[in-house]
Design a protein. Sequence first.
Length: 298
Amino acid sequence: MNLTETHSVPKFITPIRLQEYGVGIFNSAFTKSALKKAIKKKYITVNNTIATSGTILRGGEQICLSIPQKTHLYKKLIFPLQVIFEDEYLAVVYKPAGILVSGNRFKTVANALSQNIEQSNVIDATKPHPVHRLDYATTGVLLIGKTNTSIRLLNKMFENKEVKKVYYAVTIGEMKSKGEIILDIDGKFSKSYYNLVKTVPSKRFNKLNLVKLEPVTGRRHQLRKQLSAINNPILGDAIYGIENLILQGKGLYLHAYSLSFKHPFTDEQVCFKAEFPKRFKKIFPSKIAELTAITNCN
């Protein structure tokens, strides 16, 4: 049994690669990576011809996605999410620690969205889907697309670095007041800026720092690897932390605080924030209260 979806390309479009145009048009392959995988596995045809990574669309084509499905019973995931914002095109939810954004597991944010997000009334409405990722242990703001067009546009905005992301982390050790971190990650350039917000003494860790982080690129585990590289690993990081200074059982002290961007449909400059986890507040109560009182995303 195959899961099949079709899409008709408008006749009047500028020639564009299938890999770019196809992001978000199929429920079963929302993201750029999922689309690439479907093309590689020969699940996609254009006018009944198997598509490749070099396929160009010129308008009027019929695209078909056909994925072989295993027959098994599905359980419904019951997992309430805090919805920070929602309209017909997109939503913003709070991602808690200890859950994957998407993937092959049953318990993911993606699988929980249909019960937390309203179906859009726009003509190309589709199943709500995350348009970027946060690590399993990271908390904070997660952007969701609700229509095929919004998913495609939001993905493009992330690629073009038109979405400003602000994180906060608790790091270990002596640290400069601000800086730029450039690091090669898996053969790719990565860059982030940091500002030291507050430092408190610690018997075990000598110093704990509340640090504001602004990533320019978006590599896997980027902030965790970068801070480890300058000898200021994130508190609770069991992978990139210093062996004898790893805090067990308290989680990773990394929080996706805010997203700022121009809404692709209203052209309004929007800014969404996620409340700090309690573990941040215990270490820096007054500073977190001060940051929480600020209405903008800076």
